[in-house]
Write a protein that binds this ligand. Structure first.
Ligand code: HXC
Length: 258
């Protein structure tokens, strides 16, 4: 499928999706988010894809929702369309793992988009922020909730109320990102991490992703029960037998997603 606001490349079993609105620092408009939803749907359906990397340009992952597109909207417009609500939910509904590879600015909706992915690897030039407060509004696609869960109330409140940016070192220190790599190697490193994931049993990967994400949705007790049942269910797979036999036989496992 041909897209106007993003590109999709396949690298072995990894789909590399690059946001591509360079004139607007990849600002998220309706077209981009709709195309991203379609690309993710296709990746989820395509058996050859086992992991997804979402990235932008070196200067910007995404500098937020498109301010030009939003500026004239009324309350009724954004309420009745639930502006970008369904679009961001589509991202979190993706069954396959999505790694956000962030270089440069990830601001406002761009920071929220990165946080809606399963984890974030960033370049050493990354800058995260929720500067909506400077526009007379606030985060609207998960930023107050997800950033608070990632970095805690104090830093989240600081970022949402002052609009300040967080650099890569602070983002790693605060638990917002899993790794920081040199900007020139960001995409290669993120794809290498994705390829590692593609070597695992896809059943176990999906179950683990679901269980970790459940930690954000439920109580500790319910989450632990969910994890326990998922762990137990994996003993119904051939991949569990294969993985454990391979360990005991001192060889690499051959997972078949069964
Ligand atoms: C539309 C944007 C944009 C945005 C940048 N551009 N961010 N267009 N929406 N969010 C455009 C600029 O207008 C400019 O176009 C071009 O991209 C380059 O940007 P510059 O500002 O010239 O670049 P620079 O001086 O390097 O500054 C980079 C920047 C700055 C610090 C990232 O662009 C900036 O502050 N952008 C806005 C960040 C922001 O407030 N994001 C939150 C948006 S609200 P022209 O045509 O002039 O060259 C949001 C709400 C989410 O995200 C919830 C939705 C439901």
């Amino acid at each position: 499928m041909a897209y106007q606001t993003l590109t999709v490349e396949l690298d072995d079993y990894v789909a590399l999706i690059r946001l591509n609105r360079p004139d607007a620092l990849n600002a998220l408009n309706a077209q981009l988010l709709s195309e991203l939803g379609t690309a993710l749907n296709e990746a989820d359906r395509n058996e050859k894809i086992r992991c997804i990397v979402l990235t932008g340009s070196e200067k910007a992952f995404a500098a937020g929702a498109d301010i030009k597109e939003m500026s004239t909207k009324s309350f009724v417009d954004v309420y009745t369309s639930d502006l970008f609500g369904a679009e961001i939910d589509r991202i979190t509904a993706t069954r396959k793992p999505i790694i956000a590879a962030v270089s440069g600015y990830a601001l406002g909706g761009g920071c929220e988009l990165a946080m809606a992915c399963d984890f974030i690897i960033c370049a050493d030039n990354a800058k995260f922020g929720q500067p909506e407060i400077n526009l007379g509004v606030m985060a609207g696609i998960g930023g107050t909730q997800r950033l608070t869960r990632f970095v805690g109330k104090s830093k989240a409140m600081d970022m949402h109320l002052t609009g300040r940016f967080m650099d890569a070192a602070e983002a790693e220190r605060s638990g917002l990102v899993s790794r920081v790599v040199p900007a020139a190697r960001l995409v290669a490193e993120a794809v290498a991490v994705a390829k590692k994931i593609t070597e695992k049993s896809q059943v176990a990967v999906m179950a683990a992703k679901e269980a970790v994400n459940r930690a954000y949705e439920t109580t500790l007790r319910e989450g632990i029960l969910f994890e326990r049942r998922s762990f137990q269910a994996l003993f119904a797979t051939e991949d569990q037998k294969e993985g454990m036999a391979a360990f005991l036989e001192k060889r690499e496992p051959q997972f078949r997603d069964r």
